[in-house]
Design a protein around this ligand. Structure first.
Ligand code: SF4
Length: 194
């Protein structure tokens, strides 16, 4: 198996493990996402690294959708994620169409930790979760030091260690995918030529 394809499998395994940690924390603290909510996926500022997008790139190649997606992305004038499928007119309801291969950043959505200047734990969570679960949110804030949330930067670092260079330059999600696709296709082209 060629290097990037192998790397993509390692990235997927690490991201799946990290995703479970964040999901466990979110459920254990009672900070559940609103059913069918896709508001966070609509944000045009979501960034990912090329490394995080490799598993999705290889899935698209396997499904023979790579060229179509690349051409759609080149014409696209919308920074929001290409893979978000909205189910409502205001686009607030929807779902991820590539859930198993979603990048690391998407696995931190919901409730995850950051640290402040003095190293104190902080909670990064969405407005809807705060509104829907005010008691759980308040209790989680009180318990931040005794029951700390998994830190976003730790998850990012675990992924980064697999290939610091491909993880060095976060960029808009669609752009990161296009770059990952180009690299994966390039590798496959040379492999088949050999
Ligand atoms: S990859 Fe999936 S989870 Fe991530 S922003 Fe796109 S639709 Fe949402």
């Amino acid at each position: 198996m060629a290097r990037l394809e192998q790397l993509s499998q390692q990235v997927l395994a690490v991201m799946a493990e990290i995703g479970q940690d964040y999901s466990k924390y979110q459920h254990h603290r009672g900070l559940f996402c609103r059913s069918g909510c896709g508001e966070c996926c609509q944000h045009p500022g979501i960034e990912a690294t090329v490394l995080e997008m490799l598993p999705l790139a290889f899935r698209l190649i396997e499904e023979q959708r790579a060229d179509q997606v690349l051409s759609d992305l080149a014409e696209r004038d919308d920074a929001r994620c290409y893979f978000y499928q909205s189910h409502s007119e205001d686009r607030k309801q929807g779902q991820c169409s590539v859930y198993q291969q979603r990048p690391g950043i998407c696995r931190f959505f919901g409730a995850a930790g950051t640290t402040g200047r003095a190293g104190e734990y902080q909670l990064s969570t969405c407005r809807n979760i705060k509104t829907d679960h005010p008691a759980a949110y308040a209790e989680t804030l009180i318990a931040l030091e005794s029951d700390p949330p998994p830190l976003i930067r730790h998850g990012q670092e675990q992924i980064r260690q697999l290939d610091p260079e491909l993880a060095s330059n976060p960029m808009p999600l669609n752009q990161a995918l296009a770059t990952a696709l180009e690299k994966a296709l390039f590798e496959q082209y040379y492999q088949s030529a050999e």
